[in-house]
Design a protein around this ligand. Structure first.
Ligand code: GTP
Ligand code: MG
Length: 151
């Protein structure tokens, strides 16, 4: 099974939506292997968003993601990256379908609740997991209901 990087952004943290995001991913059957709460250092935020370095909104993006606590997470499961991207919905909440996290909890492109690694960007997961977690922060255990989640 694959691992994917997901992060609750400062807007959602401030709005008390950490549990809601975690709960949806748990309910789906994904396995939580890493989670923490922190204020992201600016240097790490710049690395995290390096793909957007040349975009006009880059500085605002880095300012925002370092403006308050975030909750970086690693979730594991079959097709985890694509499953999570579908659950999160389109980047712009106006385009995000109701029933998706952004479609249910966000209005504005710059305050869209969650980040998730892009499945169309090969290696994004491994890169983002390595940016935000040390190996010993990711734990290994048996998911007790795996036999009911997978054929
Ligand atoms: P993430 O999971 O946060 O990476 O979102 P995404 O992969 O759906 O979008 P993308 O990586 O293209 O953009 C990263 C973040 O930049 C988005 O989540 C938005 O908050 C913000 N963003 C993207 N496009 C724009 C834009 O045109 N203007 C502004 N102001 N912000 C943007
Ligand atoms: Mg992205």
């Amino acid at each position: 099974h694959e691992r994917t990087f997901v992060m609750v952004k400062p807007d959602a943290f401030a709005r008390g939506l950490v549990g809601e995001v975690v709960s949806r991913l748990e309910d789906r059957g994904l396995k939580l292997v890493g989670i923490k709460v922190e204020n992201m250092p600016r240097e790490r935020a710049e690395e995290h968003y390096s793909e957007h370095e040349d975009k006009p909104f880059y500085d605002d993006l880095v300012d925002f993601i370092t403006s308050g606590p975030v909750v970086p997470m690693v979730w594991e499961g079959q097709d985890a990256t694509r499953q999570v991207r579908q659950m999160i919905g389109e980047t712009d909440p106006l385009e995000a379908a109701p029933g998706t996290i952004r479609g249910d909890y966000a209005l504005d492109l710059g305050r869209n609740v969650v980040h998730a690694a892009d499945h169309e960007d090969d290696g994004a997961n491994e890169r983002e997991i390595a940016i935000h977690f040390d190996d010993d922060e990711l734990i290994d255990y048996d998911q007790h209901d795996a036999e009911w989640l997978y054929e």
